[in-house]
Write a protein that binds this ligand. Sequence first.
Ligand code: UGA
Length: 434
Amino acid sequence: MKIAVIGVGYVGLVTGVTLSDIGHVVTCIDVDPAKIVKLNQGIPTIYEPGLGALLQKNIEVERLYFTADHKKGLEGAEVVYIAVGTPQREDGAANLDYVEQAARDIAANINRGIIVVIKSTVPVGTNVHIKNLINQNTIDGVRVQIASNPEFLREGSAIKDTFHGDRIVIGTEDKETADILEEINKPFNVPILKTDIASSEMIKYSSNAFLATKISFINEIANLCESLGANVEEVARGMGLDHRIGPDFLRAGIGYGGSCFPKDTNALVQLAGNARHEFNLLESVIEVNNNQQVLLIDKIMSRFGTIENKKVAVLGLAFKPKTDDLRESPSLVMIPRLAELGANIIAYDPIAVPNARKHLSTAIEYTESLDEALRDTDFAVIITDWPEVKTIDLSAFSKLMRTPVVFDGRNCYSLDAVKKSAVEYYSIGRPSHT
Ligand code: UGA
């Protein structure tokens, strides 16, 4: 199949590279010429394990191309994927400007009926709207078919998730389109669910909202465990053994972040509101998360009273390990709060420091060395459970810090190990060690 992918952001690039890897000839199109130059040289523009090797391999065998020219990129394409961003608008709804622009670019550059697939996360009703927009703007009355094909990839394991996913969802009202897309996706060897368009659009939002709900639920349980003297890890283990609940996404912590959960939960609340439906449950999930992201501040203040001029090591900036992505990371609310309270901050992250310098306006010191971050500090706050942080010898805290007081937002260490160390330790939903 000859395929075009519009947008080489996270979703588009992974989609283009993996579709070419299973044998299709793929041209990725993006308006950013600098990205195109890099990608044509086989240099990945995002941090994603395994992506670079597949990129180079498929460029070499001439199955993968990149261009900033829509006409050239769409020439001869039988299927076009739209994978541009749908950022959050101020009112919480998804901004569809880029999707609509991609639709107009498709309409202006095709001369025969093709299949348009929307990969971007879009509100229910968008696929039909985009199909109409394209069909109203094509030359010579050319008509396209549309399909919704949401992505379920996690940052940091996107390549693995593509080849070992739980399902591929194809939403379309046209049987032939469904069959063609099923054929395209077959080599991934992942179960395929064919459904109507609205349900497919809804599956994406509902899945992310449900996962976010699981996290906020366990975080509420964690906070309750602290008051009642239970240990949330034991509780989650006991709950997860029930196959109806399952063990995943029950890790209590400093709250979820990233480019998806916060944006998609807000968009679903908006979508519900537009349909005159109050999604109270999801609104609470969001509120619990907002509180969870700053929960450690209360613990820090009740331990120290004041942190004016105290030196604090912030361990981890990214919203989760194995990514340099800072979007909606708890670090973005924790660091300004610590600074407001007068702390002097040194922040460590193995790869997200360059991004943090760009996006975090608070004046702080940065380091890519864990030891340097801890040296002579009064306390440490763990925001990201990087392997480097999780596997540190706990004696490093007492050796390097002025006072080894650790506030762990990711429950990185076993309480047994902590008890054997000289660390004063506060975590989430577990007894403190003082
Ligand atoms: C999420 C979903 O997991 C993907 O299925 C989905 O495709 C993607 O959003 C998307 O819509 O594009 P991602 O944001 O990359 O993927 O990251 P996750 O691994 O799901 O983690 C999200 C956040 O939840 C992180 O901040 C993580 O630390 C937190 N989390 C996760 C917890 O606090 N506890 C858990 O048990 C699991």
